[in-house]
Design a protein around this ligand. Sequence first.
Ligand code: GDP
Length: 502
Amino acid sequence: SKVRIYTLAKDLGVDNAKMLELLDSLGVSYKSVSSTIEEDTVELIKQILEEEGQAASADAAPAPASAPQPAPAPPEAQSAPQATATATAEREPQAPAREVPHRAPVVTIMGHVDHGKTSLLDYIRKTKVAAKEAGGITQHVGAFEAKTSKGRVVFIDTPGHEAFTTIRARGANVADIAIIVIAADDSLMPQTREAIAHAQAAKVPMLVAINKVDLPQADPERVKTDLTQLNLVPEEYGGDLIVVPVSAKTGEGVEDLLEYISLTAELEDLRADPKGDFSGVIIESRVDRQAGVLATVMVQQGTLHVGDFLVVGENYGKVKAMTDSNGGRIKEAGPSTPVQVLGFSEAPSSGEKVVSAKNEHAAREIVAQRVEGRRDAENARIQRKKTLEEMMGPLGETRTVNLILRADTQGSLEAIQGILAKKETEDVKLNVMLAGIGSPTEGDVLLASTAEATILCFNVTASGGVKKAAEQRDIEIKSFRIIYELIDEVDRLIRGNVEPVF
Ligand code: GDP
């Protein structure tokens, strides 16, 4: 009978990535790890693995499949922290440099208002976070760690794509996986499309949680069909989108969702070296009247210790104390750990990158360099026009014109997209990152700035605040009242991308 790929991988004791590699080598097609494969294939895989096992113990050939690590060979004393079944092979002298260990995935939850993002986070926090000893009241620090049967999963605690994109707009990427929550009684709504656009622009893998399946009027099939219309095809319809029905109220499906998160994380092969240089990102910060500045840092690489000097933007500070997301005092924190840090003199903004310095002198040095660098850049920028190449990328390659469309009705959006679909050429791709009803938002501006997109509006205009945000970020928002004028503009954008203008 048929077997799901991840089940087989589990049964045979290999990881999913390895299993997919084997299937690729056999030319077997699949959509994802939850696709099923035929019994014949299962037998074949078993045979190969058996032979490989014998070969490995016979001549201990190092597996060529893993990508070479950029890190230089470490001293022999450092052995791989995770012993595996192929320990014999790993101890061979030609074995590759010490493996960078896996790290826990960082997950963000996005979706339309009232579709249950907060409830889902609350349910996970209630059931998967060890209750705090005293009182059980944990302060909101912007992220929390859930313990699942498959290991740690870190959740960003501010649902919605605004937080996600604010962080990204500063050049940082915190989330490894995006959960798009869609209420089963409401299906796709404007902010659902926005959330999807933001995850796609960030190239963050997406899972869909269809929430509120406990409601009598829940219609998960409709959600799946609607997703298909966005070219997001659920697995059961032959696509590769993982869709998990859940209820944040009863908890139904939440365990499955966590399992799929772990599967996705495994496929992404997330790694970070706790022994490497420290770097992290600010998740959020606030000023406490008594304690002072409290900033939540997500450790991305290396290990953060009490006493370390940190530099954020043009400020530095010394870590006086750290607490984990459960409120417990800790002395050090490794990759994918959110920690609340006491010791900054000014509140850093979310999305700012954090690095460490050897001592106070070094920290000051870094800050001084940054200040100088910024001044130089400001001087140099005085009305220096971007060259065409800078704006359009090198000539002679396929280029992409990124667009965000806003219109007054679904009908006009569809009409515009219909015409645009015929405009693509071999050299120029049109990528509509987001097509939404209503005026453009600040979120659109952030999205546009991370992807260098142009915002085109039909029969809607931007508010003053949004216009200002666009100006600050050098984003063009153009409004039209006639469809063909909007199309002409797209033609100009396309031509701009194929003909050099001197
Ligand atoms: P958010 O705006 O996406 O964070 O949505 P909330 O988590 O605040 O939920 C909005 C409303 O939907 C609240 O009244 C919740 O109690 C309700 N809700 C959320 N999840 C579920 C669910 O799975 N089933 C039912 N019946 N109600 C839910």
